[in-house]
Design a protein around this ligand. Sequence first.
Ligand code: ADP
Ligand code: ZN
Length: 284
Amino acid sequence: MLGAIEAGGTKFVLAVSDNTLEHVEKLSIPTTTPEETFDKVFEFFDNYTLEAIGVGSFGPIDVNKNSSTYGYVTSTPKLAWQNVDFLGKLKERYAVPVAWTTDVNAAAYGELKKGAAVGKNSCLYLTVGTGIGGGAVINGEPLEGYGHPEMGHIPVRMHEEDSFKGTCPYHSNCLEGLAAGPAIEQRYNKKAQYLTDRKDVWDIEAYYLAQALMTYTLTLSPEKIILGGGVMKQSQLYPLIRKEFSKLVNGYVATPDLDEYIVSPGLDDNAGITGCLLLAQKEL
Ligand code: ADP
Ligand code: ZN
């Protein structure tokens, strides 16, 4: 059987399935301490005979196979999870191949194989939620290099009506600091989900996200960009982002029709866990 873990900062989604992914069983557990959380992970997987596991984890994580801390969660703001040997704990318990990548790379992989980007060789998945993170699949492979992409921390140009200082402790004008859910909440003293009727909020949000999508388009040329995460439940954002993107790119590069290019997830909230199962299958 295939095992999968979508490891998030607030919850872990665990899944097992047959090799065809037709029958999937899932369990969601809260992310507490590593000890407690792994006990629950083992309790679930011990019921099955696993042949491979796919993990998509929150991060930053070490994905560099030449590194002595390969498989670790590294400098995460979740202190209890800093320098935790995630992969090592799994390997110690289950002697099977384990695919190890970021949650957003896994989601991109899920969307490519079974979601909005079926039939393509490449796609980019960006989540706009508590943070902003991006993953990509290029030529059918999750995108990694020395490390993994951190697409949420690219700099963006400030909107002229925005004087918010940003929430990122590392960068004064990065995308995540200006456009993730907590940035919206701090800028307006109200959670993003209660600001639906405020046109100015979404104009500014689209202004930042469109800049980022232009950068990703110019550097990676994906065939599709999929936007997920809590903030993107504000579906009025999609046309605003497409319009702003079009203005910024100004006809310089060819892209698919923007209604087909900048889209919502095909797998809704299952992109990540589906991608993890598919990565386990690929590992076999
Ligand atoms: P996480 O990033 O922790 O996995 P989410 O993707 O749900 O979880 O992101 C949570 C953030 O998204 C919060 O900042 C919240 O205010 C915002 N959010 C959740 N639902 C909505 C919504 N319907 N509209 C706008 N923002 C939302
Ligand atoms: Zn930053």
